[in-house]
Ligand binder design. Structure first.
Ligand SMILES: [Fe+2]
Ligand SMILES: [Fe+2]
Length: 219
């Protein structure tokens, strides 16, 4: 597990008081993942040249992104009700989508000082969304490739991404390509298992493909 170091930005200390609450809500295993995502967010922020303000937002999003993930399905639904969320039948059919939506709504209610970009990134961390910002994309990637992930697909994605980064002349394009591959792989996995594919997953795939085509046409 990544721990704080003297090389960490000054704002990391500001969030230390949040850690006991996150550990309690998430349990040890998920809390270790959360710390690893936040650490990965710091690494990616440096690699993508984020400002200190944006780096802090990405770090906060990394810490908060799974704040409701340990809630059971009934609890998720009750939480959505108490947070005033109106959910579609597709939202309700997917536990991973639900925790992203309730997590974002909880952050908007309980951590308003973190700013809208943090909750927006958390909202998009499972399905992506058309028009994803750099912050949204980096949280999405950090969640999948953080170094403690054991799943073959995550480990392979991490290895591929960092290998490609060494020679990438266009890092934002590599990021888009990586997210597109991850979403395609999620879609294939869900289809194989007979689980529903959330419309936002497909819309994000279409949006990323369209953006790539437009970029290639301009070259
Ligand atoms: Fe999550
Ligand atoms: Fe996560």
């Amino acid at each position: 597990m990544r721990t704080t170091s003297t090389a960490d930005p000054a704002f990391v200390k500001k969030y230390a008081s949040l850690l006991p609450l996150l550990r309690e809500r998430e349990g040890e295993k998920r809390f270790a993942h959360t710390l690893a995502v936040a650490g990965e967010c710091l690494s990616l922020a440096a690699l993508f040249g984020l400002s200190e303000e944006k780096t802090e937002e990405l770090y906060a999003a990394g810490l908060l992104h799974d704040i409701t993930k340990n809630c059971g399905e009934a609890e998720q639904r009750a939480l959505a009700g108490s947070l005033g969320l109106s959910l579609t039948k597709e939202d309700l059919a997917s536990a991973p989508v639900l925790h992203a939506l309730t997590g974002a709504a909880l952050i908007r209610r309980d951590f308003p000082s973190s700013g809208p970009a943090v909750a927006n990134a958390v909202e998009a961390h499972t399905t992506g969304k058309p028009g994803m910002t750099l912050l949204d994309k980096l949280l999405f990637l950090a969640d999948t490739i953080e170094p403690t992930r054991k799943q073959t697909v995550c480990r392979a994605a991490r290895e591929r991404f960092y290998r490609a980064l060494e020679s990438a002349s266009d890092r934002p394009a590599l990021l888009d390509r990586t997210i597109l591959e991850l979403l395609e792989s999620t879609k294939a996995h869900l289809a194989e298992e007979g689980f529903p594919i959330h419309p936002l997953t497909q819309q994000t795939i279409d949006w990323l493909k369209q953006s790539r085509m437009e970029l290639q046409e301009r070259k």
